[in-house]
Design a protein around this ligand. Structure first.
Ligand code: HEM
Length: 229
């Protein structure tokens, strides 16, 4: 049956969305802990950050995990855009009785838009830091490590361009916040974790996570920008 086949593949896609989404969420925590080191912009703080960046780009287990991460981003984005288009096609907007606001929050109806903003940001972000760290022109610090801290500082302290970069970062984190406000609890629901006792807790943890984590990320470029002397 063509219909059940189509439905089946959509459900499979939803499962992959939730698994890759949860993997990306776990990455967000690890990456944030590393980035928060940039709140210490002393010479020692910057050198410490560069040691950390070297470790993250050379330790074999982390390198393998990062390949999974790249694959997850691509998979999640491709499936997400596909599902968003499918959902849009299936929406009964023609009917006067269709009142989306009554049934779902804004974020849940705009996951594709939010995801696309996040994807654009990931491409910009990786070209600025990940690409530079691996193959770009980059100076060395006093310990002979690639000076990624200096690249970050230059990015956000570079006059008007720095201001725009910090602003784009904050906007992207707002998109992450809305995406996760719906996505966090939705992933558990997709995996069939529906429980009288645990679901309200998952929703609360998801709401707190979706506000605290993007906010903590957004503070970093703003702090670097304001630390300019
Ligand atoms: C920081 C990176 C990201 C994280 C942590 C994340 C996390 C999540 C989570 C947990 C879900 C819920 C999955 C479910 O309902 O079972 C989700 C859904 C979704 N994500 Fe992401 N996501 C990220 C980036 C992206 C990107 C880059 C795109 C697209 C370009 C995207 C598009 C979508 C879409 C369209 C859905 C809803 C799928 C549906 O219709 O059910 N996401 N995301």
């Amino acid at each position: 049956m063509a219909n059940s086949g189509l439905l089946g593949s959509s459900i499979a896609k939803k499962y992959w969305m939730s698994l890759t989404g949860l993997f990306l969420i776990s990455f967000l925590i690890v990456h944030l802990l590393g980035n928060l080191q940039l709140l210490d912009l002393s010479a020692e703080g910057q050198e410490q950050f560069n040691i950390y960046a070297k470790f993250m780009t050379s330790f074999p287990l982390i390198k393998i995990t990062s390949y999974f991460l790249y694959a997850s981003i691509v998979f999640h984005a491709v499936d997400g855009i596909y599902l968003a288009i499918q959902n849009r096609k299936a929406r009964p907007e023609r009917y006067a009785s269709y009142k989306p606001n009554r049934n779902s929050i804004w974020a849940s109806r705009n996951m594709g838009l939010l995801g696309t903003i996040i994807l654009a940001f990931i491409i910009l972000h990786m070209s600025q830091f990940w690409y530079t760290m691996h193959w770009g022109e980059i100076g060395m610090d006093a310990n002979g490590n690639k000076d990624l801290a200096a690249v970050v500082i230059k990015t956000y302290q570079d006059g008007t361009a720095g201001l725009i970069m910090a602003l784009l970062y904050v906007i992207a984190m707002a998109a992450v916040a809305f995406h996760l406000y719906h996505g966090f609890q939705s992933a558990f629901q997709t995996l069939g974790i529906n429980h009288n006792r645990y679901t309200p807790l998952i929703k609360k943890v998801g709401a707190a996570f979706s506000i605290i984590v993007p906010l903590a990320y957004a503070i970093i470029p703003v702090f670097v920008l304001m630390a300019k002397n």
